[in-house]
Design a protein around this ligand. Structure first.
Ligand code: GAP
Length: 443
């Protein structure tokens, strides 16, 4: 298969209702995107998959949903007010703005071509500021959170006291984050409003390395379990110059997107930086007492921080394939893992007459209890299969004249295009088993 481009993915997303430009009828808002009927299903399914893997299937990780707006002191304590900056330069001629570390400052402006036109680099804070309440002054500034992590740190004592979790334990949360990013190209890869899936794991200081290594490997396995091609995934350890202000050690999981290798998730050893700072700024004791050893310490934190909206782009890029069939036709297929496909089962009557539509509609209604379904009766059956392939529907059921005779239907598999005849009472179990056994071809 030829290498796919980002434009191919963008155009499929728009054509089939995964992602739309924000405020499109007004000419669009730069770098903001809306998730359409299929996109929201895909995003919710990825989120659910992550939540099941990280929270539901583990005894020692609990969930949280903290507010986006937090006390402004949180961001002073976290270091974001002081350190969360990008160096920016402006072109004096055309006023375009660039990240100083991403362009050649000795070259001409990439937009208007003027030489020696850049201002001196200035530090630009990435946090969005707003005001809480009716008066707009310095005393009521609040920030839109630039990471979900801080909501977890300030609730760490609440979780310990109410859930009685014991070190080592984790707190997980999924939610929106905001950054006033200057360079926001590449579709939904880097946006000003995005979603993160973060888990903060609280450990004994002496065990930080062990847990850092554990989460590094576990998070890579997660992507493989999600059906992502292993040759498109790799680790990128951070050198001393790349470390965030809070991190002692960090590694990214990178994916080879159509525009190249890019960060998908960050795993950080944040040490006791955050809890110590919150303790200092709030005046509250955030130490942990180990009731067995009677040791008291500030836990170290190992963080796994994945982009949810970025995962949507990754999953779409990874699933997209164009294949040439024996008859020379090209088939576009999204090979999503069935657990995250927006539609799990498509149900079709072979023709719209002789009671086949009624039969198929009733069947689709029954299947809705178990799966996300879609009913389609328009166009030739082959075209209906292609439409489902293009949105990644892993299973399709066709009702025909034999169905009326003996209650059997055709079950068609997206990946192999194999068709089997089964009794309608076997559909639910057969599909549930197929989902459990799913293995992507060629991976
Ligand atoms: N709490 C740590 C933290 O926020 P980060 O490396 O800045 O670390 C973690 O971000 C993840 O969040 C990234 O790996 C990426 O997937 C996602 N992310 C960060 N900035 C983003 C943006 N502007 N648009 C979309 N996703 C973003």
């Amino acid at each position: 298969m030829e290498k796919i481009t980002l434009d191919t993915i963008v155009s499929l997303c728009k054509r089939r209702g995964f992602v739309f430009q924000s405020s499109e009828i007004y000419g669009g808002l730069a770098s903001a995107w809306d998730y359409g009927p299929l996109g929201v299903e895909l995003k919710n399914n990825i989120q659910r998959f992550w939540w099941n893997e990280m929270v539901r299937s583990r005894r020692n990780i609990v969930g949280l949903d903290a507010a986006i707006l937090m006390h402004p002191r949180v961001w002073e304590a976290s270091g974001h007010v002081e350190n969360f900056h990008d160096p920016l330069v402006d072109c004096k001629q055309c006023k375009s703005r660039f990240r100083a570390d991403q362009i050649d400052l000795t070259a001409a402006c990439p937009v208007c071509g003027t030489k020696d036109s850049f201002t001196e680099p200035r530090q630009f804070n990435l946090m969005f500021k707003t005001h809480l309440g009716p008066v707009e002054d310095e005393s009521n500034i609040v920030y839109l959170r630039p990471e979900t992590a801080q909501g977890i740190y300030v609730n760490y004592k609440n979780c310990v006291q109410t859930s009685r979790v014991k070190v080592p334990f984790g707190i997980a949360q999924v939610g929106k984050a905001f950054r006033n990013e200057i360079v926001t190209k590449n579709f939904i890869f880097r946006t000003c409003e995005f979603e993160q899936m973060e888990m903060q794991f609280f450990v004994k200081p002496s065990e930080d390395k062990k847990w850092f290594d554990y989460w590094k490997e576990t998070r890579m396995e997660y992507y493989k379990k999600l059906g992502i091609r292993p040759d498109k995934l790799r680790f990128h350890p951070h050198g001393p110059d790349e470390l965030a202000h809070y991190a002692k050690e960090a590694v990214d999981i990178e994916y080879e997107f159509p525009m190249g290798w890019r960060e998908l998730e960050g795993i950080h050893n944040r040490t006791d930086f955050d809890l110590s700072r919150h303790s200092e700024y709030s005046g509250k004791d955030l130490t942990y007492l180990d009731d067995q050893t009677k040791e008291r310490f500030v836990p170290y934190i190992i963080e796994t921080s994945a982009g949810l909206t970025r995962s949507v782009l990754m999953v779409l890029s990874d699933a997209y394939e164009e294949e040439t069939l024996e008859n020379g036709e090209t088939r576009t297929v999204l090979r999503f893992h069935p657990l995250i496909a927006p539609v799990t089962v498509g149900v079709f009557p072979l023709v719209k007459k002789d009671g086949l539509s009624e039969y198929a509609m009733e069947l689709e209604e029954e299947l809705r209890e178990h799966f996300s379904t879609f009913y389609d009766e328009s166009g030739a059956i082959g075209r209906r299969y292609r439409r489902q392939d293009e949105i990644g529907t892993p299973y399709c059921i066709t009702v025909d004249y034999d169905t009326k005779e003996n209650d059997t239907v055709t079950l068609r598999y997206r990946d192999s295009m194999e068709q089997v005849r089964i009794h309608k009472n076997e559909i639910v179990d057969t599909i549930k088993q197929a989902i459990k056994d799913y293995k992507r071809v060629g991976v």
